[in-house]
Ligand binder design. Sequence first.
Ligand SMILES: Cc1cc2nc3c(=O)[nH]c(=O)nc-3n(C[C@H](O)[C@H](O)[C@H](O)COP(=O)(O)O)c2cc1C
Length: 305
Amino acid sequence: MQNGNLTTRIGKLVMKNPVMVSSGTFGFGEEFEDFFDLNRLGAVVSKGISLRPMTGNPPPRIFETEGGIINSIGLQNPGFQEFVKNRLPYYKNLKTHLIVNFFGNTQKEYIDLARRFDSVPGVSGLEMNISCPNIKRCGIVFGTDPRMAFRLVHAVRKATKLTLMVKLSPNVTDIARMAKSAEEGGADAVSLVNTFRAMAINIRTRRPELGNIIGGLSGPAIKPIALRMVWEVGEAVHIPVIGMGGIMSAEDAIEFILAGASAIQIGTANLINPRAGIEVIHGIKKYLIQNKIGSIRELIGAFRG
Ligand SMILES: Cc1cc2nc3c(=O)[nH]c(=O)nc-3n(C[C@H](O)[C@H](O)[C@H](O)COP(=O)(O)O)c2cc1C
């Protein structure tokens, strides 16, 4: 058998490789097409979409720290209708999966959106964000309370036949408990982590660096914590885990896979190196071949504890 098979599976989705680009860090795809062939990705995850358009938080909305960035974009997005009319056609031409990331302010909005996307051609799966850390109303109660998360996922599950991933917040004491609630609610997979609540102060002006004061930290600074959480979740659930948080290279991605991730997402790295996605795919393939490993599936959770 030839070594280096990258195929992986998430719910009903068979992906040609385990590398996705994460929500909010890859524009609407088009912006990256000059850098590499997007069809090579395992999947593209859209910016978070809500029922109605959202303008997001006041500027400044991104602040660079050592080892990462703090963002308070506030889930700015064009809303369902505009997304389907003007953004989806581009994705539809791609020969890779489109996962739509979505969120609501209420349970009813989550259900409504899941039902609407269920009948939209060209959508392979849904990533339900119950974890947005930097807007005031959305998801945060759902994302930190296991019972509410269970109820929400259970209700959304009934509204869609698409592969349903639930994206978890790291801003909790016991992330494995949250993952189990999502699994019991009927999620096909969990993805983690979203950003960590964070802030920065300008000591000259004594003002916050972000218009919203608080934002979400991402990038290499969070990688060791994200990795620990992916491992804990992988031990606790039977559904696939999609790992992310500071993945900058193929080596980082392999660490997450060894910890238990069936697939990974690249986020902040896209903003630093727009070719990060393709470089990670090549790097994982090379690792498999060099180590004479037949399939990526042999690596999932294969770390020796
Ligand atoms: C600028 C920016 C915008 C983001 N927007 C979203 C979003 O709309 N929905 C979402 O679920 N996550 C969003 N995220 C979180 C990322 O998808 C990812 O979970 C997080 O950044 C951790 O991965 P990383 O360290 O590789 O960036 C955003 C992150 C950044 C940096």
